[in-house]
Design a protein around this ligand. Structure first.
Ligand code: SF4
Length: 271
């Protein structure tokens, strides 16, 4: 296959779905990253497989004009509840994030959601761009540096205090709906729960979303896996992740809700 053919075969729409999201309803996805998965994390459960470009350098990956064209080409479905920026990696790496949020709102007239791993929230330009999103779901899987390294595998310059400081700063400025999204991979000790609650009390999100891995992790990049909550896609090469029981996640949600008085939504196994 020639280089040109291979680029052509990789060309894809920056708009996908809608996919059914347990958190947001029918979600139309906008992927500001494109064909090469790019993220400042390389989470052990990432459904994109091993991240291809591990970086925290911002750039334009998909031109805004391309996203406009892809949105306009869509026969817009009335069943779409929200438009979500997610897809092939960390959306805040896209330098045109603010522009994309503005045109998504203008063209779809739907609430906009950004799913972020929160590693760039210390950057004032990122916080400014995110202000126009209706909902920001910020990932917080780890309450210790060890856990961050083990679960999220960040680029070398990113550590837990830096991430927490970014979320706190963003919370102080953001008037929209801030959710903390946490993937629970194994039962937490009492000490871990207490530490998590302390962080939540400092960060004061509008809600907490606890998740468990419900799908096997693909081992190699597959574009079809970018629908964050899609349930239909079954990859060939995959790694089965252990899952904690619904009883454990329910008890954890109750404990966090009682201690913080913040709504906790969760998805158990098979839910
Ligand atoms: S932050 Fe999201 S896109 Fe990045 S590696 Fe983790 S799960 Fe994948």
């Amino acid at each position: 296959m020639s280089a040109m053919q291979s680029i052509q075969s990789l060309k894809c729409s920056s708009v996908y779905g809608p996919v059914k999201s347990w958190r947001f309803g029918n979600s139309l996805g906008i992927d500001p990253i494109g064909v090469v998965s790019t993220c400042s994390f390389n989470c052990v459960y990432c459904q994109l497989g091993k991240i291809q470009t591990h970086t925290n350098q911002r750039q334009i990956f998909v031109n805004t004009s391309q996203i406009i064209e892809d949105l306009q080409a869509l026969a817009f479905d009335e069943q779409v509840d929200v438009v979500t920026l997610s897809g092939s990696g960390e959306p805040t790496l896209a330098l045109n994030l603010g522009e994309i949020l503005a045109i998504a709102k203008q063209l779809t007239k739907r609430p906009t959601v950004v799913l972020t791993n929160a590693t760039l929230l210390k950057d004032p330009q990122v916080r400014h761009a995110l202000k126009s999103a209706d909902i920001v779901a910020a990932k917080l899987d780890a309450i210790s540096s060890n856990q961050l390294q083990r679960v999220n595998q960040p680029v070398a310059t990113i550590n837990l205090p830096y991430i927490l400081a970014g979320i706190e700063q963003f919370r102080g400025e953001y008037q929209g709906n801030l959710a903390i999204q946490t993937m629970v991979l194994s039962p937490w000790t009492t000490e871990m729960i207490e530490l998590y609650i302390q962080q939540i009390q400092r960060l004061q999100p509008n809600e907490i979303q606890l998740n468990v891995p419900t799908r096997p992790r693909v081992l190699v990049r597959q574009l079809e896996a970018r629908g964050n909550d899609a349930t239909e896609f079954i990859p060939n090469a995959m790694h089965q992740l252990k899952c904690i029981s619904t009883d454990i996640i329910t008890a954890l949600a109750d404990t966090i809700n009682c201690a913080t008085n913040i709504p906790v939504r969760y998805r158990g196994v098979g839910v």
